[in-house]
Design a protein around this ligand. Structure first.
Ligand code: HEM
Length: 327
């Protein structure tokens, strides 16, 4: 479904309607507000800031699909030729507004609105790891509440009992720190289904591949950097020319996990090039802050996972954070 672009004044009522619609289909009955409170308990509540990913900045650019994209999906931005305007936001994971850019065991993130025209947009909300840290909303709540105790025995016991929650950190710490927001891949994490004009369906996972390559820093270089070095780095890079990402769809096969955001798909899955995301300039942060990036805001021709509780609770949890940061 394509949601109307949220006018600032109408945003809250639209978001509350979203909250009211989603719970029936959720895989468990975790309260979205409890998740936001638990994020605040771990990272602190910071007035006017996002409960998660508060350290970031806004950019703008465009998305241009390949011819191949239209064969897989009838979504307007995939099936019609030509570039569409994009507003995006790069950020650090967690809930610390000063999370250092050089932190190794943290995700980098990229969220985008693609303008579909007529006041409509579709969103992609991605992180620099292929998996999330919890399988279900109830497990994520338990994880946050356990971390908030700061009791190392309890935290250790949680990870021992839920080994799938160790995968994201293990993936990040096995890799070097990205030198730039422009030199890391970004993953959609959840499984989406692309549907074409003939009604054919293909399960996929989104992966954005940096055209500049995957440049990185050593641990010592990362520690020596200013905690906020990504913004000046990107500003300097954009002064020389746009930053591009190849938007790819990893093609899933029968038996691949559909509803578990902690599960990896096998490495040998083929990818199809869907388009190019071009970041051309920084944008005023207000452009990103007066709206929310909503992973469930997908167009006709793209479906989210049916039984992935994490996917389903994201939109109502983001709405809680959005309404609090706009109070
Ligand atoms: C139950 C699971 C999750 C919860 C409770 C949660 C919570 C949140 C909240 C409260 C925000 C701030 C929203 C706002 O104020 O606009 C946020 C932002 C974000 N989340 Fe999540 N999240 C979850 C899962 C995920 C997953 C699986 C991903 C990656 C695919 C992800 C990626 C992001 C990104 C990139 C942002 C920043 C968006 C922006 O720049 O505005 N989150 N999350």
């Amino acid at each position: 479904m394509v949601l109307k672009r949220l006018a600032a004044a109408a945003a809250l009522s639209t978001l509350l309607a979203t909250v009211a619609l989603v719970p029936q289909s959720r895989a468990d009955d975790t309260d979205p507000e409890a998740l936001v409170n638990a994020l605040n308990a771990v990272f602190g509540a910071h007035a006017g800031k996002r409960a998660a990913h508060p350290h970031g900045f806004c950019v703008k650019g465009s998305f241009t699909p390949t011819d191949e994209a239209g064969k897989l999906s009838k979504a307007p931005h995939l099936s019609a030729k030509g570039p569409r305007p994009v507003i995006g936001r790069f950020s650090m994971g967690g809930g610390n507004p000063e999370a250092p850019n050089g932190q190794k065991d943290n995700v980098r993130a990229l969220a985008i609105h693609i303008d579909l025209g007529g006041g409509n947009q579709t969103d992609m909300v991605m992180i620099s790891a292929p998996v999330f840290a919890a399988k279900t909303p109830a497990k994520f709540l338990e994880l946050l509440q356990t971390v908030a105790t700061k009791d190392q025995d309890k935290i250790g016991a949680f990870f021992a009992a839920n080994p799938e929650s160790t995968r994201q950190k293990a993936w990040l710490t096995a890799r070097p720190v990205p030198a730039s927001y422009a030199t890391t891949p970004y993953f959609g994490v959840h499984t989406f289904t692309l549907i074409n004009a003939a009604g054919e369906r293909q399960i996929i996972k989104w992966k954005l591949v940096p055209k500049a390559g995957e440049a990185s820093l050593t641990d010592d270089e990362a520690k020596a950097k200013d905690p906020d070095f990504y913004k000046p780095e990107l500003t300097e890079r954009l002064a020389k020319g746009p930053v591009e990402f190849g938007v790819t769809a990893i093609l899933g096969q029968e038996g691949d996990a559909l509803d578990d955001p902690t599960a990896f798909w096998p490495d040998d899955r083929k990818s199809v090039s869907i388009g190019t995301l071009t970041i051309s300039a920084l944008e005023a942060d207000a452009t990103c802050d007066t709206n929310m990036f909503d992973p469930t805001n997908v167009s006709d021709g793209i479906e989210g996972p049916a039984n992935d509780g994490i996917f389903q609770i994201r939109s109502p949890a983001y709405a809680v954070s959005f309404s609090r940061r706009n109070q």
